[in-house]
Design a binder for this molecule. Structure first.
Ligand SMILES: [Zn+2]
Length: 309
């Protein structure tokens, strides 16, 4: 009898453990009328955070829900849908992927019936490299990725100026930019004056640059800065209501660019660059050591080559 009890207890505990495992604990935060965000952690992908490191959002309209980015796994997408269903019974009609990085689109496969919109470049990159991104995240987050499949966008955003996505009283302006990747879109809801800046803005967390073009990124920030927003949703980091995040990203990108240029001229090695002291204003931002190192390793060869041309 005691053994049976112990077995039953064991089953009960393992069920509780299993239920809590792989739970992103997504809590939508209302930031404007009908508008919610799910804030990710200011971290790199780990087995602990399961890739919940970027911000996603949704807007509830009379005609259905618009989702902006879907997180880094099918589990994230499924849990995002559950969180949305707790707030509204309106159907999810549109999903938008702001760019091709895996923490922004790998939840797509949970969205069975919605149209999935992205630019031509983003759609193509996801079609070509989606499986590679899954393999990479498998190594970093392990079982959180179980069941994740690539679902590429099925509708291209046409790259024309003044194009809007209209749903109910919300009118989303699609702003076509590049710099963080070769194709980034920001979305501006004219009704609530909310600007979804995608990964062109990292706030209080150092920018990731694996596919960056720093010059274009700085230009994109200057364009985006002119938008008359009330609320700013960065791709990573907390919500803002002022323009501080623009200055922070821009100053960091200028610092990174100058450090790499000067180092190439002085003939420094990657190891020597990593030993250089960091300016105070960036030293306390999340991910400074990791992202700076990744950026130096990725970008430095281009700066060295530029000197030889
Ligand atoms: Zn990104």
């Amino acid at each position: 009898m005691r053994l049976v009890k112990q077995i039953l207890l064991f089953i009960l505990f393992s069920q509780i453990l299993f239920a809590n495992e792989y739970n992103y604990n997504l809590k939508p935060k209302k930031i404007a009328e009908n508008t919610y965000v799910l804030i990710g952690k200011k971290e790199f992908f780990t087995v602990h955070n399961g890739g919940n490191i970027s911000n996603t959002a949704f807007i509830i309209t009379k005609e259905g829900v618009i989702v902006i980015d879907t997180g880094s796994s099918t589990k994230y997408g499924e849990q995002m849908i559950k969180a949305i269903k707790k707030i509204t019974d309106k159907p999810i009609v549109s999903v938008i992927n702001t760019h091709h990085h895996p923490d922004h689109f790998l939840g797509n496969s949970a969205f069975k019936d919605a149209e999935i919109l992205a630019t031509k470049y983003t759609k193509k990159d996801i079609e070509e490299n989606g499986d590679l991104y899954i393999d990479n995240l498998m190594n970093l987050t392990y079982k959180w990725m179980q069941g994740t499949k690539v679902k590429a966008p099925n509708k291209e955003l046409v790259e024309l100026k003044n194009k809007y996505i209209k749903l109910g009283k919300h009118k989303l302006k699609v702003i076509y930019l590049d710099g963080h990747t070769s194709s980034d879109i920001a979305l501006y809801d004219e009704y609530t004056k909310t600007l979804f800046a995608s990964d062109l803005i990292f706030y209080n967390r150092i920018a990731a640059t694996p596919h960056a073009n720093i010059k274009n990124w700085i230009r994109a920030l200057e364009d985006l800065r002119k938008v008359d927003f009330k609320v700013l949703v960065p791709g990573h980091g907390p919500i803002a209501t002022d323009k501080k995040p623009f200055d922070q990203v821009k100053r960091y990108l200028i610092y990174l660019d100058k450090t790499l240029k000067d180092s190439a001229e002085e003939g420094l090695s990657v190891f020597e660059i990593l030993q250089l002291p960091k300016p105070k204003e960036f030293a306390n931002l999340a991910m400074i050591e990791d992202e700076f190192e990744r950026s130096v390793i990725n970008l430095y060869p281009k700066y060295e080559n530029a000197l030889m041309e």
